[in-house]
Design a protein around this ligand. Structure first.
Ligand code: NAP
Length: 251
C-alpha cells in the first residue's frame, strides 16, 4: 500500500476521474474525503470504499463557494487529520461555438474549473504549510495546452489551471508543498459519454488518438497515485499528459 495512513481530499469525487482516484487511493491505504455537489452520489462513493475495507467521508461542496471550501477542509481535518494530498478534479465542460458562448457559460467554466481549483488549493495549502508537507494535484486537460473548437471557455479555464500549477509550485516549494497537474486526453466518463455514445462522431475521433482508444478513469488515477506518492518527491510544477498520444499527433 503506497498511501498507508495518509489523508487525501478529492473534489469532484462523486463520479468519473475523481471517483476513480478516490477508489484507488483508498485501496492504497489512504483515508479519503470525497467532495462534490450531489449528496446521493457522494454517499454511494463512500459506501463503496467502506464496503471494500477503506475509510471515507463525504462533504457536500460547491467549489465555487469559499464558505463551502472552508467547511470542506474543516470537516476533512476533523474526521481524518491533516491532509497529505489534495486532488482538484471538480470540473464541467459544456461545448458551444465561440460566437454563441453566453457570459453565464463563460462564468460557469471559469468559476468551477479555475476559481474552484484556486479556492480549494489555497485553503488546503494554508493547512499543509503548517506541517511543511503536502502534494496538490490539479486535474487539468490537454485542452489547456492546445485549442479544441467549441470549447473556448473550457480551454481557457484549463490553460489557467496549468499556469496555476507552475505559479503555485514556485511559491509553495519552500513550504514543502509540491504542486503538479495531470492533463488527461479523452477519458471515458459522464463528461464524454455523449460523444462516445455517438458512433458517427466517435469513430473519426478515435483516429486522432495514436493508441486508438478512449482512456479509462483508472489510468488517470494511476498517474495521480504517482504524483501523490514518494515516487515523485522531486517533481513540482509539472503538468503530466496522459492521453494515448493524442497531443503529439500533427494530423
Ligand atoms: P464527471 O464524471 O462529470 O465528473 C465531474 C465531477 O465534478 C463530478 O463529481 C461533479 O460533481 C463535480 N463538480 C462539478 N461541478 C462542481 C461544483 N460546482 N462543485 C463541486 N463539484 C463539482 O467528469 P470527469 O470526466 O470525471 O471530469 C473530472 C475532471 O477531469 C474535470 O476537471 C474535467 O475537466 C477533467 N478532464 C476530463 C476529461 C475527460 O475526457 N473525461 C479530459 C480531460 C480533463 P457532481 O456530479 O456532484 O456535480
Amino acid at each position: 500500500m503506497r498511501l498507508l495512513n495518509q489523508h487525501a481530499l478529492v473534489t469532484g469525487a462523486s463520479s468519473g476521474i475523481g471517483q476513480a482516484i478516490a477508489y484507488r487511493f483508498a485501496r492504497e491505504g489512504a483515508r479519503v474525503t470525497v467532495a462534490g455537489n450531489e449528496a446521493k452520489a457522494l454517499a454511494e462513493t463512500v459506501q463503496t470504499i467502506i464496503t471494500s475495507g477503506g475509510e471515507a467521508i463525504a462533504v457536500e461542496t460547491d467549489v465555487r463557494s469559499k464558505a463551502d471550501i472552508e467547511r470542506m477542509v474543516a470537516k476533512a481535518i476533523a474526521a481524518f487529520g491533516p491532509i497529505d494530498t489534495l486532488i482538484n478534479s471538480a470540473g464541467v465542460c459544456k461545448p458551444a461555438p465561440f460566437l454563441e458562448i453566453e457570459e453565464a457559460d463563460w462564468d460557469l467554466h471559469l468559476d468551477i474549473n479555475l476559481k474552484g481549483t484556486f479556492l480549494s488549493a489555497q485553503a488546503v495549502a494554508k493547512e499543509m504549510s503548517k506541517r511543511g508537507s503536502g502534494s496538490i494535484i490539479h486535474i487539468s486537460s490537454v485542452n489547456g495546452l492546445a485549442a479544441e473548437a467549441d470549447q473556448v471557455h473550457y480551454n481557457a479555464s484549463k490553460a489557467g489551471i496549468n499556469s496555476l500549477t507552475m505559479s503555485m509550485a514556485l511559491e509553495l516549494a519552500p513550504l514543502g508543498i509540491r504542486v503538479n497537474g495531470i492533463c488527461p486526453g479523452f477519458i471515458h466518463t459522464r463528461l464524454t459519454k455523449p460523444l462516445i455514445d455517438n458512433p458517427q462522431a466517435i469513430e473519426p475521433y478515435l483516429k486522432t488518438i495514436p493508441m486508438g482508444r478512449v482512456g479509462l478513469p483508472e489510468e488517470i488515477a494511476a498517474a495521480a497515485l504517482f504524483l501523490a506518492s514518494d515516487d515523485s518527491t522531486y517533481m513540482t510544477g509539472h503538468s503530466m499528459v496522459v492521453d494515448g498520444g493524442q497531443f503529439i499527433k500533427l494530423s
